[in-house]
Design a protein around this ligand. Structure first.
Ligand code: HEM
Length: 209
C-alpha cells in the first residue's frame, strides 16, 4: 500500500535532484543552455510566466530533460524486484525469490547503447523515438512495468515547467572564478543520487519591471 508520506518522499527529492543535475549539465554545456533558452524565450516571449500550453512547442527542452534522465536517473537502481519462480536467462539459473537490482545508471551510460555515452548531447533525442515511459528499456528513469512510477506525468510536467521558467526568467552563470571543469560532480550514493556539492549559480533577471 502506498501512503501519502510515500508520495511526498517519492515525489519531491526525485524531481529536485533531476533539476539540480539538469542545471549543472546546462552550465557545463553552454551551447545547450543557449539553445534551450532561445527556444523557451522564442515561445514565451515577454510574458512573465511560462504556461503549460507553451511546453508542447519546446522539443529541445524535452530533449534536454531526456538527456538529464539518461545521465542522472534520480533512483539509479530502481526499487528491488524479487523473482517469483525459477528462470534461466542467458544461461544463468536464477532461483525463486532472488533479489534483483536494475542498474539504470549503467544502462544510461552503456557505450553499446549510446554514442558518446558520457557526453551531454540532448540533440540525440530530437529525431529519436526513444521515450522514458517504460517501453524503451535503454531509458527507464521511472522504471518499467506494473511497479513503475505512478508520478511520471506529474514529475515530468513539473520539471518541464520549472526548467522552462528558470531558463526564461534568468540568465545563468557560474560565480566569478568558478569554472565548469572544476565543478565537483561526485555523486552521493543512496536510494536517490544527489550531488555531493550543492550547485551555486548567479541568476540575472531577464525581464526587469
Ligand atoms: C523526476 C521525477 C521522478 C522520477 C525520476 C521518479 C522515479 C521513480 C522510480 C525510478 C521509481 C521506481 C520504479 C521501479 O522500480 O520500477 C518510482 C516509484 C514511485 N514514484 Fe516516482 N519519480 C518521480 C516523481 C514522482 C512523483 C512526482 C510522485 C508522486 C507525486 C512519485 C511517486 C512514486 C511512488 C508512489 C512510487 C512507488 C510505486 C510503487 O512502488 O508501486 N514519483 N519513481
Amino acid at each position: 500500500m502506498i501512503s501519502v508520506q510515500d508520495m511526498f518522499v517519492a515525489g519531491t527529492d526525485t524531481t529536485f535532484i533531476t533539476l539540480e543535475w539538469g542545471m549543472t549539465e546546462l552550465l557545463m554545456n553552454p551551447e545547450a543552455l543557449k539553445q534551450a533558452q532561445k527556444e523557451v524565450r522564442g515561445i514565451v516571449g515577454m510574458k512573465q510566466f511560462v504556461s503549460e500550453s507553451d511546453l508542447c512547442n519546446m522539443p529541445f527542452l524535452k530533449a534536454v530533460i531526456k538527456e538529464i534522465f539518461r545521465l542522472h536517473p534520480s533512483a539509479p537502481l530502481l526499487i528491488p524486484r524479487e523473482s517469483m519462480e525459477q528462470v534461466t536467462i542467458d544461461g544463468y539459473d536464477i532461483p525463486t525469490k532472488t533479489r534483483i537490482y536494475i542498474n539504470v545508471w549503467a544502462i544510461g551510460r552503456d557505450p553499446e547503447l549510446w554514442e558518446h555515452a558520457d557526453e551531454f548531447k540532448p540533440e540525440r533525442f530530437l529525431d529519436s523515438p526513444i521515450d522514458y515511459k517504460g517501453q524503451h528499456y535503454e531509458l527507464i528513469p521511472f522504471g518499467a512495468g506494473r511497479r513503475s512510477c505512478p508520478g511520471i506525468n506529474f514529475g515530468t510536467a513539473s520539471l518541464e515547467l520549472v526548467l522552462a521558467q528558470l531558463l526564461h526568467s534568468f540568465d545563468w552563470e557560474l560565480p566569478p572564478g568558478v569554472l565548469a571543469k572544476d565543478l565537483d560532480l561526485t555523486e552521493v550514493f543512496g536510494v536517490n543520487l544527489h550531488r555531493i556539492q550543492q550547485l551555486v549559480v548567479v541568476a540575472k533577471p531577464y525581464i526587469v519591471d
